[in-house]
Ligand binder design. Structure first.
Ligand SMILES: Nc1ncnc2c1ncn2[C@@H]1O[C@H](COP(=O)(O)OP(=O)(O)OP(=O)(O)O)[C@@H](O)[C@H]1O
Length: 390
């Protein structure tokens, strides 16, 4: 923004709005000091061609305005007719609970909170600790670990939440069997997390239509995450969530960095497969958290081996890589998970393996135990203490 020059910024905003024809679909406008402009454009998820045309044209028109050095438009889901967003509504909050429809748009408040570069401060009221489950690469089993860790903690009686922030492929709804869920809002207008298997969850998958995927870009991603984090009834100061697990998008790009910077994360765990290429990536992940001063508790290796019916282990993706990385980073290896059919199947049918009595439930319990012990040893964390009894 034009700090100290509000009039110049206002003038530019008016000029841009005029150049675009003062459209109702222009949901927000941000102007940086150097004249870089971000347009937040409302779009119909069912008509992405039109949305793309609107985006290209809006960027071109904004670029023609004197003083604009660059223009980038972001699309957000169209507001439902007659459904003002809480941030825009003048009406007092309705009593009882109300539905948030798929495609619900993000509040401007969330959008402004979602701007990168603002450091995380303090704690989220009603959440005792936040654990980020990250992987530097896609498809390594990160969501499986996040969901099953949440299930293992919930099984132990901890008030556990799961925030599925994986915008590229939100899998919590499938893995928890909550694909049809649409979170309601409470009287204060806060999203009520969906409860299944003892886990309170929110996912971008609940808010977007899987048949009409939205284009999620930079700040909008963070807006959605910020809204699910701050505008949700996870817990109260009197009855807080003991642990919120965040399943982050894979990679070490802007979205992940922004989460690490903007969310008051207690600690992170890194998920990897054993092969060398994934290990190089995981090192990048650790470096990213180091940069943002988020403690990394350790490495979890998945798909470590496959055991045939005769009991022979086959190291299909290499052997010992997780331990090697953990050693190189000076971190503990928190656990290894073999390739097990019950893990995949549990994810596919919405019954996390960790809630059952199989081999994998025991493994996830052990990893949860290692995570809890490491969380407790962090000086920064707050009570309650997580106690495991064998
Ligand atoms: N230990 C395991 N044994 C068997 N199957 C597994 C195991 N871990 C993960 N899978 C399966 O591998 C697939 C990918 O896992 P998952 O979705 O958890 O990966 P991810 O890293 O979160 O992927 P994405 O990058 O899409 O977010 C899923 O079908 C899952 O069920």
């Amino acid at each position: 923004m034009f700090r100290g020059k509000p009039r110049q910024s206002d003038k530019l905003e008016t000029a841009i709005r005029r150049a675009l024809g003062e459209p109702a679909w222009l949901q927000g406008l941000r102007i940086k000091e150097d004249g870089a402009v971000t347009l937040i454009i409302e779009a119909d998820p069912a008509n992405m061609d039109e949305a793309e045309t609107r985006r290209v044209e809006a960027e071109a028109r904004a670029m023609n305005v004197k003083g604009v050095t660059s223009a980038q438009a972001m699309l957000t889901a169209e507001r439902q007719p007659g459904q003002p967003s809480p941030a825009h509504s003048e009406a007092p909050p309705r009593s009882g609970s109300q539905r948030v429809r798929k495609g619900a748009r993000l509040s401007d408040e969330a959008i402004s909170q979602g701007q990168p570069g603002q450091p995380a401060t303090g704690k989220v009221p009603g959440i005792s600790r936040i654990l980020v489950v990250a992987s530097a690469k896609g498809g390594v089993g990160k969501s499986t670990v996040a969901v099953n860790l949440a299930a293992a903690f919930a099984k132990l009686g901890l008030r556990t939440g799961l925030l599925d922030a994986d915008i590229y492929g939100p899998s919590a709804p499938t893995m928890l069997g909550t694909g049809d869920a649409q979170p309601a809002s409470n009287e204060a207008g806060k999203l009520i997390p969906v409860k299944a298997h003892g886990i309170h969850s929110l996912s971008i998958g609940y808010l977007s239509d899987p048949d009409s995927p939205m284009i999620w870009r930079g700040p909008i991603v963070m807006s959605a995450i910020t809204q699910m984090l701050n505008d949700a009834a996870w817990g109260t100061p009197e009855d807080p969530l003991d642990l919120l697990i965040i399943d982050t998008p894979p990679g070490t790009g802007d979205a992940q960095l922004t989460i690490a910077q903007r969310v008051p994360v207690t600690a992170a765990v890194l998920v990897t497969t054993p092969q060398e290429v994934a290990l190089a990536d995981v090192r990048r992940g650790a470096a990213m958290f180091a940069k943002t001063a988020v403690p990394v508790l350790g490495v979890i290796e998945t798909m470590s081996w496959f055991e045939d019916p005769a009991g022979n282990r086959h190291y299909l993706m290499g052997e010992g890589g997780g331990q090697k990385t953990a050693d190189a980073l000076g971190l503990p290896l928190l656990g290894q998970l073999p390739i097990l059919n019950e893990i995949r199947e549990g994810g596919d049918i919405g019954q996390p393996a960790a809630i059952g009595d199989g081999v994998s439930a025991g493994l996830f319990h052990e990893i949860a135990r290692a995570v809890a012990l490491n969380l407790d040893s962090l000086q920064t964390k707050a009570p309650p203490k997580i106690i495991f009894e064998d």
